[in-house]
Design a protein around this ligand. Structure first.
Ligand code: ATP
Ligand code: MG
Length: 413
């Protein structure tokens, strides 16, 4: 393979001045972190970044690039001297690599150095002519070519490339500040986390765990999902806050009418998440809710649940189709973990007829029937926080969780 570098584009046109500087600094740092251990050099210019491969296999670098948010696209590039003869022979070599059967092509030239002795059009003609004369399988088609060979002249170098690969897009993670992701073991919330990171939000995770009402494996699922998400995070690490939720869960079963159980459970989750968000310097809460999938996700339900907090709640999936969510989940390599059949606190107990239009005033009355403030405070205080890295091998006992028999029959607990 001829390629000796990768040209990385980030062009977000809405960024200006100081923001752009910060964006670039973050992107550079993030890329350097993701390339750790490889012998590549990362070179920053004002509108692009070049990765010099130094003989590192290009597939290895491409694999790592998919975890860098803020990159819009990249191209595999051959860099050579700007001498026209060198450019011609390099172009021919590159086309020989690509064209092993009859294909159409065209050459496009950009020239930053206006002192170069030929115009862009003259360069295009000369290089295309030379390649055509020396490669019998190529035919010119300037309107709809199979391959476009780009030549970019900058300084005394020329950069040749023939593809542009779409990358993750968005902003470098961290540039927008921090958010607290409500992470269950399901399909949706890890994808919501991915989309938040893509938009520049560094995430910490909060998980409400109800062992032994739920199995220890449901907590393990969460850990496994965080490991996958950590590949996109700064330093390949994410902080996770495991909130012991059993006491609240049991109190809800004892004191709250069945139809309001889920609504009030979610109000408790929001209360706890808001407190933790403030403690951890997170500017918003992120979750995997979507409109209208289940009773707790009707717009009326959302409003009633949302009423307990002023912290902004981001729901990145609210306009997504399930098909798109699943394809992102697979791309993140989370899907197989998410579909493992262990219960979490939302699935372990599902009322027969949950309220689809729950009222705030009713919630407030029901909540007066027990000392939820104390339980919320205790849950926050007893929260177990750990940092999980992409390659960590974590023992759940570190979280204060142990394998106990799962209580299945809640009504006879
Ligand atoms: P998911 O696939 O993420 O589990 P879901 O479609 O099953 O989502 P719900 O169970 O109603 O929907 O949960 C909605 C959102 O609430 C989840 O996406 C997640 O952000 C949050 N959530 C639910 N259960 C928990 C939990 N045990 N700990 C933390 N967050 C949770
Ligand atoms: Mg769920």
């Amino acid at each position: 393979m001829l390629y000796n570098q990768i040209l990385v584009r980030f062009g977000d046109l809405t960024l200006k001045g100081k923001n752009q500087k910060e964006f670039l600094k973050r992107l550079y740092t993030l890329m350097a972190e993701k390339m750790e251990g490889l012998a590549v050099d990362i070179v920053n210019t004002y509108d692009r970044i070049y990765i010099h491969l130094n003989d590192t296999p290009v597939e290895v670098v491409e694999q790592r690039l998919q975890y860098v948010s803020g990159i819009s696209s990249y191209s595999l590039v051959v860099e050579c001297d700007n001498d026209l003869n060198v450019v011609k022979t390099t172009a021919l070599e590159l086309m020989k690599d690509i064209a092993t059967k009859d294909i159409t092509f065209k050459v496009e030239t950009k020239r930053a150095n206006k002192n170069y002795p030929l115009t862009s059009l003259e360069i295009t003609k000369q290089v295309a002519g030379f390649v055509l004369a020396n490669h019998s399988m190529l035919h010119v088609d300037v309107h709809n070519p199979f391959v476009t060979l780009h030549l970019e002249f900058k300084g005394n170098r020329c950069y040749l490339y023939n593809t542009e690969v779409r990358a993750m897009g968005g902003y470098p993670v961290g540039v927008a500040g921090k958010g607290l992701l409500m992470l269950s073991g399901g399909i949706d919330s890890p994808v919501a986390g991915y989309l938040a990171m893509k938009q520049g939000i560094e995430i910490e995770c909060i998980h409400f765990e109800s062992t032994p009402l739920t199995s220890i494996e449901s907590a393990q699922k969460v850990i496994d999902l965080v490991k996958k998400m950590a590949k996109y995070a700064p330093h390949n690490k994410i902080n996770v806050h495991m909130v012991p939720f059993k006491e609240l869960h049991m109190a809800l079963l004892d004191f709250i009418p069945e139809s309001y159980n889920i609504t009030i459970m979610r109000r408790m989750m929001y209360r706890i998440a808001s407190r933790l968000a403030e403690q951890k310097g997170c500017l918003c809460i992120v979750n995997g809710e979507s409109v209208g999938q289940v009773a707790s996700q009707t717009l009326k339900s959302m409003a009633t649940i949302n009423a307990v907090t002023n912290t902004p709640i981001l729901r990145p999936l609210c306009t997504y189709d399930k098909v798109d969510i699943i394809s992102l989940s697979k791309k993140m390599d989370c899907f197989d973990i998410s579909i493992k059949p262990f219960e979490d606190c939302c699935t372990v107990y599902v009322p027969k007829a949950p309220a689809t239009a729950p009222r705030i005033d009713k919630c407030e009355i029901f909540e007066k029937s027990f000392d939820y403030e104390r339980l919320v405070t205790e849950a926050v205080e007893k929260t177990n926080s750990i940092t999980i890295s992409a390659d960590s091998d974590l023992d759940l006992s570190l979280l204060g969780l142990e394998v106990r028999e799962v209580i299945h029959d809640l009504k006879n607990k």
